[in-house]
Design a protein around this ligand. Structure first.
Ligand SMILES: [Zn+2]
Length: 159
């Protein structure tokens, strides 16, 4: 089994039309980037009406995922936009993240679990910074910051 196939299995991509096409371990500090590729089928589903449409184009998106040991991990994919006759060019949904989110479902689940157990500033320390801890303080994703400062609450903040 290749590393890409291992990550396919870990992300449960079988049957989704997606696969891991490259793994890159780079940068300083080191970070793991998993590049995902869609199978290139000629039709995709409109996120609004579920109609099967031709592909309008593809847009590169990035999602913060769970750390790989101590290293931050991000997923990168060129996500197809459906050419829907009713809704226009609509970004299709991906199996690993909620629509419009910059975080994978597993990463969101971890942050929400931690947010229920510790202050947001501690969540920020664990998950790697203010931007990611903001997820825990965002009521739109079901969390609430203990300081009541919403998205501004982060690592090292004292209110
Ligand atoms: Zn549509």
């Amino acid at each position: 089994m290749t590393p890409n196939e291992l990550f396919d299995a870990a992300l449960q991509l079988a049957g989704t039309g997606w696969r891991v096409s490259a793994t890159q371990f780079q940068g300083e500090p080191k970070q793991l980037e998993l590049v995902l590729e869609h199978d290139g089928q000629s039709r995709v589903v409109c996120a609004d009406c579920q109609r099967r449409c031709t592909i309008y184009d593809r847009v590169e998106k990035r999602w913060r995922h769970l750390n790989f040991f101590q290293y931050p991990c991000e997923l990168v994919a060129r996500v197809p936009r459906a050419d829907c006759p009713t809704h226009g060019a609509k970004l299709t949904t991906v199996p690993w993240a909620a629509a419009g989110s910059g975080f994978t479902l597993l990463f969101e689940a971890l942050v929400m679990l931690l947010a229920g157990q510790m202050p947001v500033s501690e969540v920020a320390r664990v998950v790697g910074g203010r931007r990611h801890a903001a997820l825990a303080a965002d009521p739109a994703v079901g969390g609430s910051g203990p300081c009541g400062q919403g998205l501004e609450c982060g690592a090292g903040d004292r209110h």
